[in-house]
Design a protein around this ligand. Structure first.
Ligand code: APR
Length: 217
């Protein structure tokens, strides 16, 4: 039977799980790299950075750059609520908000994604109010919550870089580092996507990933 791409991808991810399970941490990541199973190469489809609309993503969970009320808003929050339908807001009303940097999960309703993971990012105040740590917490807590709910594919927007005015390049560096470090020590999530809504955001995340890869070969 001819080997197709689907089979190769599932073989690579199974092999990656075994290696990370046996080694984990930085050792596991280095072994994956040495074996050419680097987890963020486009070919392995482990970490993709694309231009798009997150409400169209057919993944297990999409992340919503929400506010602490979790009752909807503009930007990607508004787009996700519009696409999911009124049931999303109804469920959000039952979970009584979320602290900045934390994450809460709901169903996806009319979205192609099974779940929505809501996380309020930090509002940029010149870097004087722990914004960098809070942004890192957003990515880490979303990945952890996705894994707890058996999600194998997760799509993020660029958290806090719109209305919340977090400097884009710095936010991209924090996002890439946090996602890469999480993926290198946890095998359960097979694919993470960064869905960029415009070209400037796309370049910022692509540059941040190239920078990361250059320093972590
Ligand atoms: N798909 C992917 N990304 C999107 C989409 C979409 N459909 N719509 C907007 N974005 C992008 C923006 O272009 C930006 O790059 O999401 C990123 C985050 O911008 P915001 O949505 O403004 O989120 P944020 O900066 O975290 O501010 C959150 O804005 O909408 C309100 O209720 C929300 O109060 C909260 C605040």
């Amino acid at each position: 039977m001819p080997i197709n791409e689907e089979m190769v991808v599932s073989y690579v991810s199974a092999l990656r799980k075994v290696i990370l399970k046996e080694n984990g941490g930085e050792t596991g990541r280095l072994r994956l790299n040495r074996l050419g199973l680097n987890i963020n190469k486009e070919g392995d489809k482990m970490f993709r950075i694309v231009l798009g609309d997150i409400t169209k993503e057919t993944v297990d969970a999409i992340v919503n750059a929400a506010n602490t009320s979790l009752l909807g808003g503009g930007g990607v929050d508004g787009a996700i609520h519009r696409a999911a339908g009124p049931e999303l807001l109804a469920e959000c009303r039952t979970i009584h908000g979320c602290k900045t940097g934390q994450a809460k999960i709901t169903k996806g309703y009319r979205l192609p994604a099974k779940y929505v993971i809501h996380t309020p990012g930090p509002i940029w105040n010149g870097g004087t109010r722990d914004e960098e740590r809070l942004l890192r917490n957003c990515y880490e807590n979303c990945l952890r919550l996705a894994a707890e709910n058996d999600c194998q594919s997760v799509a993020f927007p660029s958290i806090s870089t719109g209305v919340y005015r977090f400097p884009l390049n710095r936010a991209a560096e924090i996002a890439i580092r946090t996602i890469e470090e999480y993926l290198s020590t946890h095998a359960e999530i097979e694919q993470v996507s960064m869905i960029c809504f415009d070209g400037t955001t796309l370049s910022a995340y692509q540059n941040a990933l190239s920078e990361w890869e250059a320093n972590h070969v």
